[in-house]
Design a protein around this ligand. Structure first.
Ligand code: NAD
Length: 296
């Protein structure tokens, strides 16, 4: 299949590489020349604009930082939607507000094309290993159409709901929990270390106990504890603090709209916002551990 792919960052590039490995023809675009040249070496066709990546593509995937970039790219006068047609399916895998996805889908419909949301979980390791979890929001027919393509990049493809934006709602819930898990795991590890416990041993004890969680198993925040984790590479992302702060903002917007109390989510948003202001925005979100240690 010919697929357009726009946004070749920490997540988009390995996702695109997996589509290439699966035998698809990829028309790619990113503002970063180093990202596109890596994709080109792997066999992608580099386009000179995002709009060009739409022409002749049955499915167009976008993987951009946040709401502003997604809205600008889709809705601009000569934006993505204006280059789609009745057989184009736009699939936004970025994490944005559910309302952003819905706004674009309504506009797509009015312009005779279609758009659904399919945000992901699993991080850069999952993107590279094609083990991401996709959360798709949109009508069943569109889900059925995109599912085989997403399976080339992920281990789990969920149909979160029939409304565009339902994938984003599931993603907001997940990342709010992830932030709380990362902060909680970090402070527990630091508490152990400050009281003389060995981190490897404490990790193993918690993994076999009721504190076991994804952070301990897949994304350990303690430097040197897990060789592939960003913590062992000077907290190079990975998943940047500024993106986690954005996601927590989305969760808070959602909570406000539904009147849901989310005290830990609110605290996590403040902790990450402060962490970013202290100079960590471009580092991995597991660097929040340094807020509890004395080696900042
Ligand atoms: P990133 O900043 O590394 O990549 C974004 C890419 O989009 C960059 O290469 C940038 O040049 C490109 N871009 C921005 N504006 C563009 C435009 N107008 N046209 C073309 N390209 C443009 O971000 P990322 O970590 O890859 O994350 C992408 C999305 O996935 C975000 O919404 C993030 O919240 C979400 N996400 C990230 C992770 C993670 O672990 N990094 C995990 C799950 C979800």
């Amino acid at each position: 299949m010919t697929i357009g792919f726009i946004g070749l960052g920490n997540m988009g590039l390995p996702m695109a590489q997996n589509l290439l490995r699966s035998g698809h023809t990829l028309k790619v675009f990113d503002l970063s020349s180093s990202a596109v040249s890596t994709a080109e070496q792997d066999g992608a066709i580099v386009m000179s604009s995002a709009a060009e990546a739409v022409e002749g593509s049955a499915i167009v995937i976008t993987m951009l930082p946040g709401d502003q970039q997604v809205l600008d790219l889709y809705l601009a006068k000569h934006g993505l939607l204006s280059h789609g047609n009745g057989s184009t399916l736009f699939v936004d895998c970025s994490t944005v507000a559910a309302t952003t996805s819905q706004t674009i889908a309504v506009q797509a419909d009015a312009m005779g094309t279609s758009m659904i949301d399919a945000p992901v979980s699993g991080g850069t390791v999952g993107a590279a290993a094609a083990t991401l979890t996709f959360m798709v929001g949109g009508p069943d027919a569109a889900f059925q159409r995109v599912q085989p393509v997403l399976k080339n990049m992920g281990a789990n493809v969920f149909h979160a709901g029939a409304k565009v934006g339902d994938g984003q709602l599931a993603k907001a819930c997940n990342n709010m929990l992830l932030a709380a898990l990362m902060i909680g795991t970090s402070e527990a590890l630091q508490l152990g270390a400050d009281n003389g416990l060995d981190i490897a041993k404490l990790t193993e004890i918690m993994r076999q106990s009721s504190g076991d969680n994804w952070v301990l198993n897949k994304y350990h925040p303690w430097p040197g504890e897990m060789p592939a984790a960003p913590a062992s590479h000077d907290y190079e992302p990975g998943f940047m603090v500024k993106l986690m702060t954005k996601d927590l903002g989305l969760a808070m917007q959602t909570a406000l709209a539904s009147g849901t109390p989310t005290p830990l989510g609110a605290m996590a948003r403040s902790i990450y916002a402060q962490h970013g202001r202290d100079g960590w925005d471009e580092k991995d979100f597991s660097s929040v551990l340094t807020r509890f240690s004395d080696n900042k």
